[in-house]
Design a protein around this ligand. Sequence first.
Ligand code: CUA
Length: 315
Amino acid sequence: MWSFPLLPDRASTVATQVDMLYFFLVAVSLFFSLVIIVGLVYSAVRYRKDSKASREGAVHEHLGLELAWSIIPLGIAMGIFVWSSVLYLGMHVAPSGAMEIYVVGKQWMWKIQHPQGNREINELHVPVGKPVKLIMTSQDVIHSFYIPAFRIKQDVLPGRYSTQWFQATTPGVYHLFCAEYCGTSHSGMIGKVIVLDQPEYEAWLAGGSSTAMSSSGAELFKQFGCQTCHKSGSSQRGPSLDGLFGKQVALINGEKVVADQEYLRESILNPAAKITQGYLPFMPTYRNQLSHEQINQLVEYVKGLGGQTSASEHP
Ligand code: CUA
């Protein structure tokens, strides 16, 4: 039996809401298109040249009509604005306590690492019924992480983190696409999202022999000699990182920033950009020395040093 589904599966908590908004927009557009086309064709035929239809009593001004066709569309447009904004914000801001998974896009594959250490390529295993937040970056050009069945899509950019979140509602296997043209094999930059029951997901996590990201980060922290400056003590030349994550940091220029993922990443790659009050710009850049995966591991390590977990970061 042939089937031609018009829409992908709906497998996340927002999928139905996104579809409702979409159908509403289509219905509004169809309705007004019909009103205009019917009126246009009717008038064109009835008042064509040579027709005997009466041209008497043409209306040139009608305050009530003009008010109506201004106020009603305004109301509809504002309704769409409020509706879509509420939906967008809800889709954009991950609930606190969402589990976090790191994604690195590159030409032409998706590299994924779970905090427990498990790595995968072009596959993303997640548990059903749990909010999952993706912390994404690209090591080359702009990509876009798109899961149609979840109705979510977000650009993945070089030089910064972007995030998105979802909560899967139905176990199964779903498409994962790159939705931003990124070069020759863009169309091959595809994968699978595998939604598992919680026990299955835990079994899958346990199945891979891997080092937790924060432990890998701790290794790197030693290997690159970070502790010589950042460990509390008499020889301390850099700010302590204990309990730093999520806190406000006062900078030498008087500004304040939140020590989120983006801040940590920037401070590793471009340390001079934001110098903490009371410290000098000693730190060299680690650009070209660390891979994006390693930076993610260092970020996880610093997160593990305390402070609030993943409350506020750049969307
Ligand atoms: Cu990556 Cu298109």
